[in-house]
Design a protein around this ligand. Structure first.
Ligand code: SF4
Length: 481
């Protein structure tokens, strides 16, 4: 089958940050694509972060605007699309494993169309591997041009040829792409794309491009629409939400301003992720402190407790600066819960460095963390950092010791709500106990509650009767709606 390479990613290009203003575009679906998916079904895989989940909601919006219908049965799909993640090697291995499995499906159904998007599509080495070893992949597009999906799919289906269209430059901000949301209770609201931090272990600045912020008018319009539709909670998304607005030219408007404006719109719950301590300023802390509808749960990735390792990671703060930020947040927002991200086994990390990370975890009273073993990513500076002293055994030993502390943090963070009355947004029934409702407190604690499904989508007052490591048990005491 002929392969058309319209655009293909180049790491050298993705490293660059061209000094050019953002381009804002409005999406309009070409009429000729409207019935492309008539009587056809699609199956969508979503891997990775909330940013990818939000992109998948746009991909669904585009496919359904083209008359495709979703199926959750792989064998019934006419189109299969994998929206991938490249943050760690095991995320990629999972996708290649699944693509291998799909070869059989394609042998059974030669008309099956398979596409791939997301961060893996932005990696030069991955594209080469897909084009040489995975003939069953018919089209590939990247994180910067989701709005090109209709055209790429139209060409792939009409010409029965392979298409690769992955941009290396940072991409435009495209508004009005149709969205099909997973939930009708809480919604992802991306406020910016990309990251310019270039932490030495991280692939995101290459796969997601330059930091570019959406205009506040478009964000406010989206949130007003969600309020009208009855949404209770929004989560503002960005690789580094605290840097929102820094790329605006000719006017000043930053994340603190956005939080203040959104909190006045009447949405009941506002969350945001993810943060970078380097850009978390007093104005943002004030906005959270002064708005009862901005939730007191902050995820603040620190990655390491050693200044030497932080420097080698190119994280632009010291342990001391991080601690003083955490202390300020606790002082200004007393009831807040703070969680973090930590990488262990980073090249050059000694036992002493690791002990500093354990001490920092205790010192900051974190109520949980996502913990990872360093995974070298091709194209990042840390890919060439070699440190034979850090064996796999050392990495797993450190992860194990850290997770013991993290579990204590989760438990401690839950125990402080025992016998308290808290507000819970009931989201649905618990995965493991269908007769039990589940929801989250304002501090983002999972609560399981015996109760009637009429409470789903409602914020209710709940008495916490038990606190476990990963969740709370509660009883509804009244419905405040
Ligand atoms: S700030 Fe986060 S997304 Fe950006 S480079 Fe660092 S780790 Fe990656």
């Amino acid at each position: 089958m002929k392969t058309n390479i319209i655009n293909s990613p180049k790491v050298i290009q993705e490293r660059k940050r061209l000094d050019k203003n953002n381009v804002f575009k409005e999406f309009v679906l070409d009429e000729s694509y409207k019935n492309l998916g008539k009587d056809k079904t699609y199956y969508l895989y979503t891997y990775g972060c909330q940013g990818n989940e939000s992109d998948s909601e746009k991909i669904r919006g585009l496919l359904e605007e083209m008359s495709f219908t979703i199926t959750y049965d792989l064998s019934k799909a006419d189109l299969i699309l994998m929206n991938t993640c490249a943050i760690r090697k095991n995320a990629e291995d999972k996708v290649f494993g699944e693509l291998g499995r799909l070869k059989q499906l394609k042998r059974k159904n030669p008309n099956l169309i398979i596409g791939l998007s997301g961060c893996m599509a932005q990696e030069e080495s991955v594209i080469n591997k897909l084009l040489t070893k995975y003939q069953n992949v018919d089209f590939i597009f990247g994180t910067h041009n989701i709005d090109s999906l209709p055209k790429i799919l139209y060409n792939t289906m009409s010409n029965i040829e392979r298409y690769v269209d992955v941009l290396s430059y940072e991409g435009d901000i495209v508004e009005n792409i149709p969205i099909v949301r997973e939930s009708n209770i809480k919604a992802w609201v991306p406020i910016m794309y990309g990251c310019d931090e270039f932490c030495t272990y991280c692939i995101v600045p290459y796969t997601r491009g330059k930091e570019r912020s959406r205009l506040k008018e478009n964000i406010i319009k989206e949130v007003e629409g969600l309020i009208k539709e009855g949404y209770k909670e929004i989560t503002l998304l960005g690789q580094n939400v605290n840097a929102y607005g820094k790329d605006f030219v000719g006017f000043k408007y930053d994340f603190g301003d956005l939080l203040n404006d959104l909190s006045k719109l009447g949405i009941e719950r506002i969350r945001f992720t993810t943060n970078n301590p380097k850009d978390f300023d007093d104005k943002q802390i004030e906005a959270i402190k002064n708005s009862s509808n901005i939730m007191p749960s902050i995820h603040l990735p620190v990655q390491s407790g050693s200044n030497k390792v932080l420097h080698k990671m190119n994280r632009k703060y010291t342990k001391e600066e991080f601690i003083s930020l955490v202390d300020k947040i606790y002082k200004e927002i007393p009831n807040v819960s703070i969680t973090t991200d930590i990488i262990v086994g980073f090249p050059s990390e000694t036992e002493e460095d690791f002990k500093e990370t354990l001490d920092l975890f205790k010192r900051c009273n974190f109520e949980g963390a996502y913990t990872f073993i360093f995974s070298k990513r091709e194209g990042t500076p840390a890919y060439s950092y070699i440190d034979e002293s850090i064996t796999e055994e050392v990495q797993y030993d450190r992860l194990y010791r850290l997770n013991e502390l993290v579990n204590e943090g989760y438990k401690r963070g839950n125990l402080r709500f025992k016998d308290k009355i808290v507000k819970v947004l009931i989201e649905g029934t618990s995965k493991n106990q269908p007769d039990t409702l589940m929801g989250y407190t304002e501090n983002n604690k999972l609560v399981n509650i015996k109760g009637d499904s009429k409470y789903i989508g409602k914020i209710v007052n709940v008495k916490i009767v038990d606190a476990k490591t990963w969740s709370l048990d509660g009883e509804i005491i009244d419905d405040q709606n």
